[in-house]
Design a protein around this ligand. Structure first.
Ligand code: CTP
Length: 407
């Protein structure tokens, strides 16, 4: 969402300005170009040198700087970019924005812009609670300015706590992505706008007794990347995730489950969907009679016999659904041998439209790794994809799925 985007970052004068340095890094890591503008107050807290070094851009500070006006000008700074991000936004800056005051470069840009504006306020809790600030915020909201935070917590001032801390850089990044996606949705640029995409991800854990379970090596990286890609393409996304160590993808509704039975219930409760992608590595078997107490050694030296029962097949259940089968149903086939034969038979048996097949033999490093080499198997044939990062595999699958829906 941020890749290739140009963001004007206005830094105003508060102690939270130090967090803006990290924010610049986070935005750049995601491929955005960050053009910094600093108020006089901001320069009391952090230096233009640091901001310039991290952003690798000219730092704009002065409305009447002849060179800067000649090169870009404040009107172009206000207009030629995708997003204006104000972080931190002080009470003073918010007041000026609300009342159309333009007495420095930052406020002139904010008055002249026709681009979306996202503000991350940071101030003393008393200032945030002040009626003047409340009114200013309400005015700015009615003008379409989006707010991220502030959060509650300890203040820099000793003994002060309350609401007023600037949101953490990653929260601001997520909010910036949401604003950019909203803008693209309104412009009709996203292929899955108005669609619901349902995704399963991760392993399932099948309990043996209260302390032990059967699991597999799935990390959930591919399923979570699909959820992210579907959101970026404009869809409403439901992610049913088994136990993973990954953070929940932002903006996605996540249902956490443990067992295959719980995953099936969550999937059925989430239908209907336009597209369903079953990327979870569902355990094929569960323990037939889960021990209610921890199973103890009985001193005989013989291990306990664990009787297994077959789990429901979630993909096949959805594929055979009479009235709630999604228009496009995609399964995965993780194989260590006979990749294509197994994938084709899964396609038929489970009534899927496509199977994303991958060789997960240990030497490939795919299970748990960041890259994936897949073959897309459909009734029209087989496509070999090169080795790609899991995020790129996800983007391609989603782009293909969106094209298939619009056929
Ligand atoms: N799948 C499922 N429910 C199951 C087992 C698998 O929904 N109980 C789905 C997976 O999410 C995947 C596809 O079916 O999309 C294939 O999973 P895989 O484990 O490769 O196939 P299995 O049917 O389990 O066959 P086998 O283990 O015998 O290869």
């Amino acid at each position: 969402m941020l890749s290739g985007k140009q963001i004007v970052l206005i830094i105003s004068g508060g102690i939270a300005a130090y967090k803006s340095l990290d924010l610049i890094r986070r935005l750049k890591e995601r491929g955005a170009r960050v053009i910094p503008v600093m108020t006089g107050g901001a320069q009391e807290f952090i230096t233009p040198l640091a901001v310039g070094a991290l952003s690798a851009e000219t730092v704009f500070t002065d409305l009447f700087d002849r060179q800067a006006e000649h090169d870009v000008g404040h009107i172009r700074l206000a207009r030629d970019h995708d997003l204006i991000l104000v972080a931190p936004a002080t009470a003073n800056l918010m007041a000026k924005m609300a009342h159309g005051i333009a007495d420095d470069l930052a406020t002139a840009i904010l008055l002249a812009t026709d681009k979306p504006v996202l503000a991350a306020p940071a101030m003393n809790p008393k200032m945030w609670d002040n009626e003047a600030t409340k009114r200013n915020r309400a005015i700015l909201k009615t003008r379409g300015i989006v707010f991220c935070g502030p959060a509650a917590g300890e203040m820099a001032e000793r003994g002060e706590a309350g609401t007023g801390r600037m949101s953490e850089p990653l929260e601001i990044v997520a909010a910036a992505e949401a604003v950019l996606r909203d803008t693209a949705l309104k412009a009709g640029d996203l292929p899955l706008a108005g669609k619901h995409v349902l995704i399963t991800s991760g392993p399932t854990h099948e309990p043996i007794d209260p302390v032990r379970y059967i699991a597999n090596r799935s990390s959930g990286k591919q399923g979570h990347a699909l959820a992210r890609a579907a959101w970026e393409a404009g869809a409403r996304v439901t992610l049913v995730s088994g136990p993973v160590t990954l953070p929940d993808p932002a903006h996605v509704s996540v249902i956490h489950v443990e067992s295959a039975a719980a995953m099936l219930r969550a999937v059925e409760a989430s239908l209907p969907a336009d597209i369903a992608i079953m990327a979870a590595a569902v355990a094929d078997w569960r323990v037939a009679a889960e021990g209610k107490e921890k199973i103890k050694k009985d001193g005989s030296g013989r291990p306990p016999a664990l009787e297994l029962a077959e789990n429901p097949d979630i993909l096949a259940t959805v594929g055979h659904h009479r009235n709630l089968r999604p228009r496009l149903l995609i399964g995965f086939a993780a194989e260590t041998q006979n990749l294509l034969d197994n994938a084709r038979s899964k396609l038929e048996r489970k009534k899927a439209d496509w199977i994303v097949a991958n060789d997960v033999s240990p030497q490939t490093g795919i299970m748990g790794g960041d890259a994936n080499t897949v073959r897309l198997v459909s009734r029209d044939g087989v496509e070999d994809w090169p080795e790609l990062g899991k995020a790129e595999v996800a983007r391609r699958i989603i782009a293909r799925a969106a094209a298939a829906l619009s056929d």
